[in-house]
Design a protein around this ligand. Structure first.
Ligand SMILES: Nc1ncnc2c1ncn2[C@@H]1O[C@H](COP(=O)(O)OP(=O)(O)O)[C@@H](O)[C@H]1O
Ligand SMILES: Cc1ncsc1CCOP(=O)(O)O
Ligand SMILES: [Mg+2]
Length: 269
């Protein structure tokens, strides 16, 4: 029988996967904290000499190009290749792909150099990488979600990765199955880094439960249900209090919260 989202949440908390990140300097602390709240153990390092041992110890590697530069793209290549050698899943967050040609080519270069297990971006970034013409301004998607179900499936089929596109509706596919999810809160758009945080939570879930449409979807659902619960608590007065409540809510989410709120549909491609 397939393992439920609530059971995967418990599995992550039980296994406490070590999630290695090379990520951006805007949201790095939020990624570390959400990783702990979700049940994982974060570590951030991008020094080439530190990478082989750290990656070998890790349950997952998250590569986030939000504040990329020539040195960190090389570090991401080293970390990704070490992860491949050690059978450690790699999550790529192509932040800002499509906004500039440098970001788009860096995302493509990493996909060429590294066997990536999960590609997770907003709908604009995934639209660009899938070739359906998403629009990205800075790090934000300015495209709608038209065609995303086909886009995630096509990119998954082309790359062999599980592909996730986030937004008001979230889509995840491995090229055979697509999951379509409707949890979340529009408050998530008022805080920088919620997409980066989702990538860290995905790192926890693939690290503890393996890479699949189900585990990636579970991570997104847990994060988005936590956002709903944060707002329902009545103590959110704006983006600042929302971010604090969001972390509390990821930390305290119960199996009943998940089972009572989840909005996820699995479809065959
Ligand atoms: N309008 C919305 N309503 C509900 N959830 C949203 C909305 N926009 C984004 N989200 C959620 O916020 C998180 C970040 O998604 P997104 O804004 O697409 O990424 P990014 O921050 O990388 O641009 C995801 O969990 C996504 O499902
Ligand atoms: C604002 C900004 N600039 C470079 S990285 C970054 C954070 C992006 O976070 P997210 O992808 O979660 O919106
Ligand atoms: Mg993002």
């Amino acid at each position: 029988m397939a393992i439920s989202v609530a059971d995967m949440m418990e599995e992550v908390r039980r296994k406490r996967p070590l999630v290695h990140h090379i990520t951006n300097y805007v949201t790095v602390n939020d990624c570390a904290n959400v990783c702990i709240c979700a049940g994982g153990s974060p570590v951030m390092t991008d020094e080439a000499k530190d990478l082989p041992e750290m990656v070998a110890l890790s349950s997952a590697v998250v590569l986030n190009i939000g504040t990329l530069n020539e040195r960190t793209v090389e570090s991401m290549t080293i970390a990704g290749r070490e992860a491949n050698r050690n059978d450690v899943p790699v999550v790529l967050d192509p932040v800002g792909a499509g906004a500039t040609s440098y970001r788009t080519s860096a995302a493509r270069l990493l996909l060429d150099r590294v066997e990536v297990s999960v590609i997770k971006g907003n709908s604009g970034e995934i639209g660009v990488l899938a070739g359906i013409g998403g629009k990205v301004r800075g790090v934000d998607s300015v495209s709608g979600s038209d065609g995303m179900e086909a886009a995630v499936s096509a990119l998954a089929e082309r790359t062999g990765a599980v592909v996730a596109a986030t937004g008001k509706t979230d889509y995840v596919s491995d090229g055979r199955t697509v999951s379509v999810m409707g949890n979340g809160s529009d408050m998530l758009e008022t805080v920088s880094g919620t997409g980066c945080m989702v990538s860290s939570v995905i790192g926890c879930y693939v690290g503890a439960c393996g890479t699949s449409v189900e585990s990636v979807s579970a991570a997104i659902s847990v994060f988005n249900i936590a956002a709903e619960k944060a707002v329902e608590g009545g103590k959110v007065f704006g983006p600042g209090s929302f971010k604090t409540k969001l972390l509390d809510s990821v930390y305290g989410l119960t199996k009943d919260d998940v089972d009572g709120s989840i909005r996820m549909e699995l479809r065959k491609v």
